[in-house]
Design a protein around this ligand. Sequence first.
Ligand code: SF4
Length: 497
Amino acid sequence: MPNHAQRLEFPNPLPHIRAPRGENPGIVAGYFRDQAEANRGAAKAKMAKKLFIKSYGCQMNVYDSGRMADVLTPLGYESVDAPEAADMVILNTCHIREKAAEKVYSELGRLKQMKADKDDMIIAVAGCVAQAEGQEILNRAPVVDMVFGPQSYHRLPDMIAKLEGGAKNILDTDFPVEDKFDALPKVGGAGKGKGAPAAFLTVQEGCDKFCTFCVVPYTRGAEFSRPVEKVLAEARALAESGTREVTLLGQNVNAYHGEAAGGATWGLAELITALADIEGLDRIRYTTSHPRDMDDALIAAHGDVEKLMPYLHLPVQAGSDKVLKAMNRQHTADGYRALVTRIRAARPDLAMSSDFIVGFPGETDEDFEQTLQLVRDIGYAQCFSFKYSPRPGTPGADMKDQVPEDVKAERLARLQALLNEQAASFHASMVGRELDVLFEKPGRHEGQIIGRSPYLQAVHAKAPASLIGQIGRVRIIKAKTNSLEGELIAPGVREVA
Ligand code: SF4
């Protein structure tokens, strides 16, 4: 087993280098520096270990994967794009989707083949499947070296040290008392890489709502909000590194109640208002929210805070009160309608997004029709919809009246047809409009770059790559299925309401 925890140590190159005679001391110093850099690069190339993290599921996992990479950077790990090239592979798993655990086991089967050719490869399973399955993963897949949950990945260096000490099949799915965020490196990669134009920032974790279909309260634990100052410090660091947009993350982000100076407790609206004062940070988003936690201050913030983008993911899941009750959603369909009306009164151009589950136990044709009606009433820009699939350990899994698969499939197809129609119509309504676009990366075609509109749509435009990281004004000329095409009018324009 190689020494995976070994830190990079560079030999002092200076004794081996002599300055060319008669050289200007400044040039000599530069020469020494260059040589030192070259030697450091060579040492790093020789000693760096390769890390591949496969992230499944939600943005929280993308953020966590970025933070795992941050934790491992001081140990000499650098990211690669393929598991074949890696010394360590981490599967950062999600338990929301159907057959999540089975998919992880089949991926582990592939990794086992790779490890057969590369004995010192470390294989780890992280995330919600790791939290839920725990020891079972090690029993079924002994090739796995480490299993750890979303609350313990900051202990990766300790786990690696234990592996080096000869330990095998390490399991850490505790909910430790120490603050994970305190133990993480101070400037976060925040999921999309340091200095990325748009970054994630976790402000809240866990959930106390216990919807009957959901494993999150079991895998991520009780609600926890990061203290205000720590969130602001991370946001400032991101802004200083070039990030222009942050998406505040939490399983139930609008339940945020962070400790502020003087013993006060801030809600999400106060946090957003303070973040909006950070120089260089031009856009703020948040996800995922629960209708019960949209308080008056947060609704008002949608009208008052110019930097808060006019796009809200507010899952409703179903349009039937009977089904919502069975889901323990703690809101009604009409309550949701009224809430959206209030938020749109504060921000009239607000684009809405939601999650839907069809075929929850006991859902009748009439219940499903009520879901379709709610979709028609709200009018969504973009949604995520799934067939219900039971999660072991959740109350929904034991409910009677499970809906047959063919009925779920037929309902899902009808729902998605309606949602796709609404999404297409929302996209089409952008043609001819001028939008501010935060450019994030090069496009697939020569001379093209891609960014996001205020409504989170992908926008392609012909523009120089130097505009990546800036907000430009774009006239939309075409709506495609999943993106918009536009012409750049003016680069570097700041967001306007
Ligand atoms: S509010 Fe969201 S995270 Fe919490 S239990 Fe319900 S679906 Fe899961």
